[in-house]
Design a protein around this ligand. Sequence first.
Ligand code: FAD
Ligand code: MG
Length: 320
Amino acid sequence: MSDNRVWSYSAVLMGSPILLKLFSHDEALASRVFSLIKQYEDLFTVNRADSQVMDINHAAGRHPVVVSRPVYELIKCAKAASQLPESAFNLAIGPLVKLWRIGFKGDSVPAADEIAARLRITRPQDVILDDAAASVFLAQPGMEIDLGAIAKGFIADRVRDYLHQQGVSDGLINLGGNVQTLGSPQGGWSIGVKKPFAAADALVGSIEVVNKSVVTSGTYERYFEQDGKLWHHILDPRSGYPLNNELDSVTVISTDSLDGDIWTTLLFGLGVEKGCALLRQRQDIEAIFVSKNREITLSSRRQFRFTPLDASYRLTDCTA
Ligand code: FAD
Ligand code: MG
């Protein structure tokens, strides 16, 4: 399909709508990009019985598993993110994700004692890594790694690198929540920030970036309702329940989508005040917080421009 000079190619991979935008008509390139994504999906998925991550999970409590370099490096990175101070990110959250089943058939609020039991097998320090062998060992039986909060970021960066190698200077890949951009067509890429719990095309604002990743994590994409409450898919590794604070969504602007994916979860866990305090020390990471009380909080804006599009939201910034 063409829209002016932009050619859009779509697919469904990783249970998500995937969109590739190019400035030339190149079906063959698009299909190579989709197969690259599929190859990584096949390594990382926990939604099928067979993948390298599932091999590690199946061997939990029994023996280490040697994996390919990308799987090892991504797990190492996810473990480091899980061990940051006050981190809401936890790569060993798998047993709880499987228990809640949020976004999949059969989701319901589990019994409190089941949540407590599974919390005991989600300790990041029980993911034992061996750099020399590139092996991963889950020290407790029943443990499961879940890379759902980081793998799309990693893959978006690999697509960017591949497009660069292929000589593409301007383009965009959207993996469903993870956008990575190349170049600056017409002065920059414009990316919408969705309005939570509204029509699919409703936006609270739009972001303009050049050569940046834009990642959003929100409570409104995957959730179910029970007992008059909304239960969404970003779990608090301390309680085992969905993270519950003032936020509806966090969008992170960074160079690498891998960082964006990690930071959306970190910032979601910290909330606006602590999140802003941390961002003031990190010039490389920027964020947009969308709160339940209809407030949009922006970080320094050195790496992006923001245009508000919904007058019912109040704009404020991290230094306020
Ligand atoms: P993020 O906020 O970045 O991550 C949330 C996801 O991370 C949760 O869904 C959970 O998987 C995990 N998680 C929850 N809490 C935490 C925490 N505290 N710390 C760390 N991780 C946490 N969806 C389908 O419906 N069908 C599929 O077949 C399917 N296959 C997939 C295969 C791959 C390789 C990947 C990466 C994703 C796949 N998904 C699939 C989507 C997946 O289930 C998640 O919904 C998706 O990755 C969430 O991404 P996000 O950016 O929306 O959320
Ligand atoms: Mg994430």
